[in-house]
Every structure is written in structure tokens, then in C-alpha cells.
Design a protein. Sequence first.
Length: 313
Amino acid sequence: MEIKKIRLGNLLLPSNVLMAPLVGYTCYPFRMLAYEMGAGLCFTEMVSANALKYQDQATKRLLLTTKQETIKAVQLLGGIPTIMEKMACSELLKDFDVIDINMGCPVPNVFKSGEGSALMLDQPRASAIIRACKKSGKAVTVKCRTGIREDKMFTAEFARMCEDAGADMITIHGRSRSMMYEGRPYYEEIEQAKTAVSIPVIANGGIFSIEDATQIMEQTGADGIMLARYALENPFIFSTLTRKKCEKTLLQVVLEQIDLVSGYYDETFSLAYIRKLAAYGMKKRKGTKQYKERLYRSGSLEEVKEVVKLIFA
Ligand SMILES: Cc1cc2nc3c(=O)[nH]c(=O)nc-3n(C[C@H](O)[C@H](O)[C@H](O)COP(=O)(O)O)c2cc1C
């Protein structure tokens, strides 16, 4: 696929291969890894604006970043324009350059609260949220789906609304809410959205190989792609696509992640993160099944390190 830089407001993203926000995975260490491998932009996992408003400590931890992270992007989840504006302009987000608005989360309790993908059904509210977040002066992007139901998709119309409200970029997960995370994404919907707007359009969903990346870029005409689950399995997809030199092995990468996560997060979070990341990494590695149970039984990071050495030796 053609690798190019993307302009986002005053920012220039180093590549058009982006890393998706993923609950439980896209903590600071994983974002550092993806950037090192050539990702153009990485996001925090979704952060509830409402929980931030109430100074929830666990939510505040999701905002952890350092000067080492080149471009800082936070994904906000919320359905009330005034709260979104207050949080977007707050001291809590002062270090972030980009605010991505979650308009795609399909989870029932999120949907019922009028957040995430529910905003696709209320375009005036979605538009007000984009305009409210723009008051922060930061670049504002939107991540949405193709619609709520497969038989009634309206991606291009929604993309136009986002552009009119001032969004600087839109990422489209090519599945409707009803599809959750399964099934072949509707790339033709992304293609239609791309022709309908002039802001950058990023294609997301179902990219599980280098060939998928190239084909989906061609088919949709999108400005870039956003990788999600496959990047957990194979973080080297960034360096392969962007042709960035990387001589590390997966074992080195996972050991580095253990050191980095334990330096910034508590043991409970670190253990959960490394176990899940290692489980993704071993998905297609033959003869590793026997270690899975040991990985999940390990009670300390030192123990996990020993199992990881066996898995990725
Ligand atoms: C475990 C998990 C956590 C996710 N968390 C978020 C999130 O916080 N924000 C968001 O916009 N999408 C989230 N997503 C959706 C992904 O960003 C992405 O749109 C989706 O996985 C489709 O891409 P894929 O088919 O390449 O995995 C999540 C998906 C998974 C599987």
C-alpha cells in the first residue's frame, strides 16, 4: 500500500497506518511500541467523559502519557455536548493533541446511555459534540461505524455531517452496530464516504494481513488504514507496511512491554495486559497451546516473563 503522511489540523502524521483504540490494550506501552514500528497515530482506549468529570481515579489512569509519545491522542466517550466540551477543554487533557470522539461503540449499556454508536442515530447531537470538542483548539476526529443495522447504512451522510461540524478526520469501522466485531466489513460504504468528503478518511475493520491492507486501501480509496486486533497478534505489521527498519524479535518486544508496563502501572493491570498480549501473540504459533494455562496461572510478572521466554523462544 502507498505510505504517505496525513495532515490533521496543524499536525503531520508520519504515516497513514494508524493504531485503533482498544480497551485493555492501547495503554502507553503499546502505543509506544506501535509508534516505534511506524504507526502514524495511536489512541488511548475510550475514556468516559462522564467518569472524568467525577474525577474517577481508574479513568484518569487511562490518560497516562509522557513526553516520549510523539503525538498524543485521546478517545472520548460521551453523549452530552456540554460535558464533552468541559472535558475536552479541561486541564486533564492538556497534554493531548488530538481528541477522537467514539461514535462506534456497540456495547448495549453504552448504546442505551446515548453514547458511542447511538450518536449515529442522533446526528444533531453528534454534530453538537464535534463542535463542542473543537472549542478545545485541538484536532478533533471521529470514529464511527457504517450505521446501526446492516439493512440501513448511511455512512456517507454521516461522514458529511462530521465534516460540516468541523471534524478533521473520520475513521470508519466498516461494520454496522448489529455486526459487532464479526463478518466481512462493507468496504463499499467506506468508499462512498471517501468520495463524499474532503477530510481524510481512514478505513478500519477486518484487516488481518499485508494483502488485506493493500486491497482495502485500493478498494475504498481511503487516505489510510487503522489496524486493530491484528496489530496485537503481529505488531510488526506496522514496520512491514511502513518499511521502517526493525530488527527486534517478538520475544524482545514482549519483554520490553513487560518492563515498560511495570514501570508505569500497578501489578494487577500489568499482569492482565501482558497475559492478554502474549495470548494474542501466540495465536498462530505452533506448539504453544500448552503454555496458555501456565501463562494465565502465573501470579507475578517474573513468572510471566519465564513463560513468555518459552512461548516466543
Ligand atoms: C477488545 C477490543 C476493544 C476495543 N476498544 C475500542 C475502543 O476503546 N474504542 C473504539 O473506538 N473501538 C474499540 N474497539 C473496536 C476497534 O477499534 C476496531 O474498530 C475493531 O476491532 C475493528 O477492527 P478489526 O476488525 O481490525 O479488529 C475495540 C475492539 C476490541 C476487539
